[in-house]
Design a protein around this ligand. Structure first.
Ligand code: HEM
Length: 302
Protein backbone atom coordinates (compact mmCIF):
# COMPACT_ATOMS: atom_id res chain seq x y z
CA UNK A 1 0.00 0.00 0.00
CA UNK A 2 1.18 3.51 -0.84
CA UNK A 3 1.11 4.59 2.82
CA UNK A 4 3.67 1.94 3.85
CA UNK A 5 6.20 2.94 1.21
CA UNK A 6 9.55 4.23 2.36
CA UNK A 7 12.60 5.84 0.82
CA UNK A 8 15.86 5.04 2.64
CA UNK A 9 13.61 3.80 5.43
CA UNK A 10 11.76 7.12 5.75
CA UNK A 11 8.26 8.10 4.57
CA UNK A 12 9.78 11.18 2.84
CA UNK A 13 10.02 10.88 -0.98
CA UNK A 14 12.91 13.34 -0.88
CA UNK A 15 14.97 11.20 1.52
CA UNK A 16 17.60 10.35 -1.11
CA UNK A 17 17.97 13.99 -2.04
CA UNK A 18 18.33 14.94 1.63
CA UNK A 19 21.04 12.29 1.97
CA UNK A 20 22.80 13.52 -1.18
CA UNK A 21 22.92 17.04 0.27
CA UNK A 22 24.97 15.73 3.21
CA UNK A 23 27.58 14.13 0.92
CA UNK A 24 30.67 15.42 -0.85
CA UNK A 25 30.62 15.12 -4.67
CA UNK A 26 34.35 14.44 -4.83
CA UNK A 27 34.72 11.97 -1.94
CA UNK A 28 31.27 10.34 -2.23
CA UNK A 29 30.80 10.41 -6.01
CA UNK A 30 29.88 6.74 -6.19
CA UNK A 31 27.27 6.87 -3.43
CA UNK A 32 25.70 10.04 -4.87
CA UNK A 33 25.61 8.54 -8.39
CA UNK A 34 23.88 5.45 -7.01
CA UNK A 35 21.28 7.53 -5.14
CA UNK A 36 20.78 9.68 -8.24
CA UNK A 37 19.96 6.64 -10.41
CA UNK A 38 17.63 5.27 -7.74
CA UNK A 39 15.76 8.59 -7.74
CA UNK A 40 15.64 8.78 -11.56
CA UNK A 41 15.23 5.05 -12.23
CA UNK A 42 12.47 5.29 -14.84
CA UNK A 43 14.44 7.46 -17.18
CA UNK A 44 17.85 5.88 -16.62
CA UNK A 45 17.03 3.47 -19.47
CA UNK A 46 17.27 6.42 -21.87
CA UNK A 47 20.86 7.05 -20.78
CA UNK A 48 21.71 3.41 -21.47
CA UNK A 49 20.09 3.54 -24.91
CA UNK A 50 21.87 6.84 -25.64
CA UNK A 51 25.22 5.17 -24.90
CA UNK A 52 24.53 2.27 -27.27
CA UNK A 53 23.30 4.59 -30.04
CA UNK A 54 26.39 6.78 -29.62
CA UNK A 55 28.55 3.69 -30.24
CA UNK A 56 26.53 3.00 -33.38
CA UNK A 57 26.77 6.58 -34.65
CA UNK A 58 30.55 7.10 -34.65
CA UNK A 59 32.23 4.96 -37.36
CA UNK A 60 35.45 4.68 -35.32
CA UNK A 61 33.37 2.84 -32.68
CA UNK A 62 30.74 1.18 -34.86
CA UNK A 63 33.41 -0.50 -37.02
CA UNK A 64 34.92 -2.17 -33.94
CA UNK A 65 31.54 -3.05 -32.45
CA UNK A 66 30.36 -4.50 -35.74
CA UNK A 67 33.60 -6.44 -36.26
CA UNK A 68 33.01 -8.40 -33.03
CA UNK A 69 29.52 -9.31 -34.28
CA UNK A 70 28.33 -9.24 -30.66
CA UNK A 71 25.84 -6.40 -30.99
CA UNK A 72 24.35 -8.02 -34.05
CA UNK A 73 24.16 -11.58 -32.72
CA UNK A 74 23.62 -11.16 -28.99
CA UNK A 75 22.18 -7.73 -28.41
CA UNK A 76 20.12 -8.75 -25.34
CA UNK A 77 23.17 -10.30 -23.66
CA UNK A 78 25.31 -7.24 -24.48
CA UNK A 79 22.68 -4.91 -23.04
CA UNK A 80 22.25 -6.96 -19.87
CA UNK A 81 25.99 -7.59 -19.39
CA UNK A 82 26.77 -3.91 -19.84
CA UNK A 83 24.17 -2.93 -17.26
CA UNK A 84 25.21 -5.69 -14.82
CA UNK A 85 28.94 -4.95 -15.01
CA UNK A 86 28.35 -1.19 -14.73
CA UNK A 87 25.93 -1.67 -11.84
CA UNK A 88 28.32 -3.99 -9.97
CA UNK A 89 31.11 -1.39 -10.09
CA UNK A 90 28.65 1.31 -9.00
CA UNK A 91 27.37 -0.78 -6.08
CA UNK A 92 30.66 -2.11 -4.76
CA UNK A 93 33.37 0.26 -6.00
CA UNK A 94 36.87 -0.96 -6.74
CA UNK A 95 38.83 0.23 -3.68
CA UNK A 96 39.17 -3.27 -2.34
CA UNK A 97 39.20 -6.73 -3.89
CA UNK A 98 35.74 -8.16 -4.53
CA UNK A 99 32.87 -8.16 -6.99
CA UNK A 100 33.26 -4.52 -8.06
CA UNK A 101 36.91 -4.90 -8.87
CA UNK A 102 36.32 -8.23 -10.66
CA UNK A 103 33.68 -6.54 -12.85
CA UNK A 104 36.02 -3.64 -13.65
CA UNK A 105 38.85 -6.05 -14.54
CA UNK A 106 36.54 -7.94 -16.92
CA UNK A 107 35.58 -4.75 -18.77
CA UNK A 108 39.17 -3.48 -18.76
CA UNK A 109 40.40 -6.74 -20.33
CA UNK A 110 37.68 -6.67 -23.00
CA UNK A 111 38.60 -3.14 -24.00
CA UNK A 112 42.30 -3.98 -24.12
CA UNK A 113 41.56 -6.53 -26.83
CA UNK A 114 40.70 -3.72 -29.28
CA UNK A 115 42.48 -0.73 -30.71
CA UNK A 116 40.09 1.87 -29.33
CA UNK A 117 40.64 5.55 -30.12
CA UNK A 118 41.33 7.43 -26.82
CA UNK A 119 38.93 10.23 -27.81
CA UNK A 120 36.14 7.68 -28.25
CA UNK A 121 36.64 6.63 -24.64
CA UNK A 122 36.38 10.28 -23.58
CA UNK A 123 33.23 10.66 -25.69
CA UNK A 124 31.63 7.55 -24.23
CA UNK A 125 32.45 8.55 -20.64
CA UNK A 126 31.34 12.14 -21.23
CA UNK A 127 28.17 10.86 -22.87
CA UNK A 128 27.26 8.89 -19.75
CA UNK A 129 27.48 12.09 -17.67
CA UNK A 130 25.61 14.28 -20.15
CA UNK A 131 22.87 11.77 -20.92
CA UNK A 132 22.23 11.18 -17.20
CA UNK A 133 22.05 14.90 -16.41
CA UNK A 134 20.07 15.98 -19.46
CA UNK A 135 17.46 13.25 -19.37
CA UNK A 136 16.91 13.78 -15.64
CA UNK A 137 16.71 17.57 -16.11
CA UNK A 138 14.28 17.33 -18.99
CA UNK A 139 12.17 14.33 -18.02
CA UNK A 140 12.68 13.80 -14.29
CA UNK A 141 10.22 14.23 -11.40
CA UNK A 142 12.43 16.72 -9.52
CA UNK A 143 15.25 19.18 -10.20
CA UNK A 144 18.82 17.92 -10.52
CA UNK A 145 21.25 19.52 -8.06
CA UNK A 146 24.80 20.76 -8.65
CA UNK A 147 26.09 18.16 -6.16
CA UNK A 148 24.66 15.42 -8.40
CA UNK A 149 26.05 16.96 -11.60
CA UNK A 150 29.52 17.18 -10.10
CA UNK A 151 29.36 13.69 -8.55
CA UNK A 152 28.40 12.18 -11.92
CA UNK A 153 31.34 13.95 -13.55
CA UNK A 154 33.76 12.66 -10.90
CA UNK A 155 32.34 9.12 -10.88
CA UNK A 156 32.48 8.64 -14.63
CA UNK A 157 35.97 10.12 -14.77
CA UNK A 158 37.08 7.27 -12.49
CA UNK A 159 34.94 4.66 -14.24
CA UNK A 160 36.31 5.55 -17.67
CA UNK A 161 39.86 5.21 -16.36
CA UNK A 162 39.32 1.83 -14.73
CA UNK A 163 37.50 0.52 -17.80
CA UNK A 164 40.62 1.29 -19.84
CA UNK A 165 40.41 4.93 -21.00
CA UNK A 166 43.84 6.58 -21.04
CA UNK A 167 42.84 10.22 -21.52
CA UNK A 168 41.05 11.89 -18.57
CA UNK A 169 37.55 13.24 -19.11
CA UNK A 170 37.33 17.07 -19.36
CA UNK A 171 37.89 18.45 -15.84
CA UNK A 172 34.74 20.59 -15.57
CA UNK A 173 31.16 20.19 -16.75
CA UNK A 174 31.53 23.24 -18.96
CA UNK A 175 34.50 21.66 -20.72
CA UNK A 176 32.62 18.37 -20.99
CA UNK A 177 29.77 20.05 -22.82
CA UNK A 178 32.25 21.82 -25.14
CA UNK A 179 34.05 18.53 -25.90
CA UNK A 180 30.72 16.74 -26.46
CA UNK A 181 29.39 19.31 -28.96
CA UNK A 182 32.62 19.23 -30.94
CA UNK A 183 32.81 15.42 -30.87
CA UNK A 184 29.24 15.00 -32.11
CA UNK A 185 29.80 17.59 -34.87
CA UNK A 186 33.08 16.12 -36.08
CA UNK A 187 33.00 12.37 -35.48
CA UNK A 188 29.55 11.07 -36.32
CA UNK A 189 28.80 9.85 -39.84
CA UNK A 190 26.56 7.29 -41.43
CA UNK A 191 27.95 3.89 -42.38
CA UNK A 192 25.77 0.83 -43.13
CA UNK A 193 26.71 -1.07 -39.95
CA UNK A 194 25.45 1.89 -37.86
CA UNK A 195 21.89 1.34 -39.08
CA UNK A 196 22.06 -2.45 -38.75
CA UNK A 197 23.17 -2.27 -35.11
CA UNK A 198 20.81 0.60 -34.23
CA UNK A 199 17.81 -1.27 -35.67
CA UNK A 200 18.69 -4.45 -33.76
CA UNK A 201 19.05 -2.44 -30.55
CA UNK A 202 15.70 -0.71 -31.06
CA UNK A 203 13.99 -4.02 -31.87
CA UNK A 204 15.36 -5.39 -28.62
CA UNK A 205 14.27 -2.31 -26.63
CA UNK A 206 10.69 -2.84 -27.87
CA UNK A 207 10.63 -6.25 -26.21
CA UNK A 208 11.07 -4.57 -22.82
CA UNK A 209 7.59 -3.03 -23.16
CA UNK A 210 4.10 -4.57 -23.42
CA UNK A 211 3.26 -5.70 -26.95
CA UNK A 212 0.55 -3.12 -27.59
CA UNK A 213 3.15 -0.37 -27.13
CA UNK A 214 5.68 -1.83 -29.60
CA UNK A 215 4.86 0.47 -32.55
CA UNK A 216 5.32 3.52 -30.28
CA UNK A 217 8.59 2.57 -28.59
CA UNK A 218 11.08 3.53 -31.32
CA UNK A 219 9.52 6.96 -32.04
CA UNK A 220 9.29 7.70 -28.28
CA UNK A 221 12.93 6.72 -27.75
CA UNK A 222 14.36 8.45 -30.83
CA UNK A 223 12.43 11.63 -30.01
CA UNK A 224 14.65 12.02 -26.93
CA UNK A 225 18.00 11.53 -28.67
CA UNK A 226 20.37 14.10 -30.13
CA UNK A 227 19.48 14.66 -33.79
CA UNK A 228 23.13 14.13 -34.84
CA UNK A 229 23.20 10.67 -33.25
CA UNK A 230 19.87 9.69 -34.82
CA UNK A 231 20.93 10.91 -38.25
CA UNK A 232 24.34 9.18 -38.19
CA UNK A 233 22.57 5.92 -37.29
CA UNK A 234 20.67 6.30 -40.56
CA UNK A 235 17.38 6.88 -38.74
CA UNK A 236 14.90 9.71 -38.89
CA UNK A 237 14.32 12.12 -36.03
CA UNK A 238 10.60 12.07 -35.20
CA UNK A 239 8.73 15.33 -35.89
CA UNK A 240 7.97 18.06 -33.37
CA UNK A 241 4.58 16.65 -32.31
CA UNK A 242 5.99 13.17 -31.63
CA UNK A 243 8.81 14.78 -29.64
CA UNK A 244 6.31 16.70 -27.50
CA UNK A 245 4.14 13.62 -26.94
CA UNK A 246 7.21 11.54 -26.08
CA UNK A 247 8.38 14.12 -23.53
CA UNK A 248 4.93 14.41 -21.96
CA UNK A 249 4.53 10.63 -21.69
CA UNK A 250 7.94 10.01 -20.14
CA UNK A 251 7.48 12.89 -17.69
CA UNK A 252 4.16 11.39 -16.66
CA UNK A 253 5.67 7.92 -16.25
CA UNK A 254 8.54 9.33 -14.24
CA UNK A 255 6.11 11.25 -11.97
CA UNK A 256 4.06 8.10 -11.42
CA UNK A 257 6.96 5.72 -10.75
CA UNK A 258 9.83 7.81 -9.39
CA UNK A 259 11.31 8.04 -6.90
CA UNK A 260 11.04 4.27 -6.65
CA UNK A 261 10.44 3.20 -3.05
CA UNK A 262 12.71 0.89 -1.07
CA UNK A 263 12.64 -2.69 -2.41
CA UNK A 264 10.28 -1.80 -5.28
CA UNK A 265 10.07 -4.57 -7.88
CA UNK A 266 12.82 -4.02 -10.42
CA UNK A 267 11.96 -4.56 -14.12
CA UNK A 268 15.64 -5.21 -14.74
CA UNK A 269 15.52 -8.41 -12.67
CA UNK A 270 12.98 -9.90 -15.08
CA UNK A 271 15.26 -9.07 -18.00
CA UNK A 272 18.26 -10.67 -16.27
CA UNK A 273 16.17 -13.83 -15.74
CA UNK A 274 15.33 -13.92 -19.46
CA UNK A 275 19.01 -13.85 -20.42
CA UNK A 276 20.31 -15.88 -17.46
CA UNK A 277 17.50 -18.23 -16.36
CA UNK A 278 19.98 -20.16 -14.18
CA UNK A 279 21.64 -17.10 -12.65
CA UNK A 280 24.99 -15.55 -13.50
CA UNK A 281 28.46 -14.93 -12.08
CA UNK A 282 30.63 -11.88 -12.81
CA UNK A 283 33.34 -14.06 -14.38
CA UNK A 284 30.77 -15.33 -16.90
CA UNK A 285 29.66 -11.87 -18.05
CA UNK A 286 31.04 -10.11 -21.09
CA UNK A 287 32.91 -11.54 -24.02
CA UNK A 288 35.96 -13.74 -23.59
CA UNK A 289 39.19 -11.84 -23.87
CA UNK A 290 42.61 -13.32 -24.53
CA UNK A 291 44.15 -10.13 -23.14
CA UNK A 292 44.76 -9.63 -19.41
CA UNK A 293 43.42 -6.51 -17.67
CA UNK A 294 45.84 -3.78 -16.61
CA UNK A 295 47.61 -4.32 -13.28
CA UNK A 296 45.47 -3.42 -10.26
CA UNK A 297 47.67 -0.50 -9.16
CA UNK A 298 45.28 2.25 -10.24
CA UNK A 299 42.13 0.66 -8.75
CA UNK A 300 42.03 2.99 -5.80
CA UNK A 301 39.66 5.86 -6.35
CA UNK A 302 36.03 4.76 -6.16
C1 HEM B 1 33.67 4.99 -20.61
C2 HEM B 1 33.62 4.33 -21.72
C3 HEM B 1 33.06 2.92 -21.85
C4 HEM B 1 32.28 2.20 -21.00
C5 HEM B 1 31.68 2.62 -19.69
C6 HEM B 1 32.10 0.90 -21.62
C7 HEM B 1 31.40 -0.15 -21.06
C8 HEM B 1 31.51 -1.45 -21.48
C9 HEM B 1 31.03 -2.58 -20.75
C10 HEM B 1 30.31 -2.51 -19.39
C11 HEM B 1 31.32 -3.68 -21.48
C12 HEM B 1 31.05 -5.13 -21.10
C13 HEM B 1 29.65 -5.53 -21.43
C14 HEM B 1 29.53 -6.50 -22.55
O1 HEM B 1 29.96 -7.63 -22.38
O2 HEM B 1 28.99 -6.13 -23.60
C15 HEM B 1 32.00 -3.25 -22.68
C16 HEM B 1 32.44 -4.08 -23.68
C17 HEM B 1 32.95 -3.64 -24.88
N1 HEM B 1 33.17 -2.34 -25.23
FE1 HEM B 1 32.98 -0.76 -24.04
N2 HEM B 1 32.75 0.86 -22.83
C18 HEM B 1 33.33 2.08 -23.00
C19 HEM B 1 34.03 2.49 -24.10
C20 HEM B 1 34.14 1.76 -25.26
C21 HEM B 1 34.61 2.29 -26.52
C22 HEM B 1 35.05 3.73 -26.76
C23 HEM B 1 34.57 1.28 -27.40
C24 HEM B 1 34.96 1.41 -28.86
C25 HEM B 1 34.42 0.73 -29.81
C26 HEM B 1 34.09 0.07 -26.70
C27 HEM B 1 33.95 -1.19 -27.24
C28 HEM B 1 33.63 -2.31 -26.52
C29 HEM B 1 33.71 -3.67 -27.04
C30 HEM B 1 34.16 -4.08 -28.43
C31 HEM B 1 33.28 -4.51 -25.99
C32 HEM B 1 33.20 -6.05 -25.97
C33 HEM B 1 31.84 -6.52 -26.33
C34 HEM B 1 31.66 -6.69 -27.80
O3 HEM B 1 32.42 -7.45 -28.40
O4 HEM B 1 30.77 -6.03 -28.38
N3 HEM B 1 33.82 0.43 -25.41
N4 HEM B 1 32.09 -1.89 -22.65
Amino acid sequence: MATSRTWLGSPDRYARLRKIRTLDPEKNSREITQLFYEDFMTISIFSAIGGFLLGDAAPSMSRILSSTGELEKRVAKRFVDTALLGRTVLQHGVKSAGEGRDAARRVNAMHRSYDINPDDFVAFGTGQVIFAIEFAERLGWRDVTDIEREALRVYYTHETRIFGGRVPLPPTLREMYAFWEKYLDENLAFEPQNLRMANLLLDFIKTLFPKFLHPLVTPIVLAQMDHRIVKACGLELPGAITREVSTALIRLLSKLRDPVYDNAPDGFDALIKQVYPDGFAIEGLGTRSSVKPEEDGFFSDI
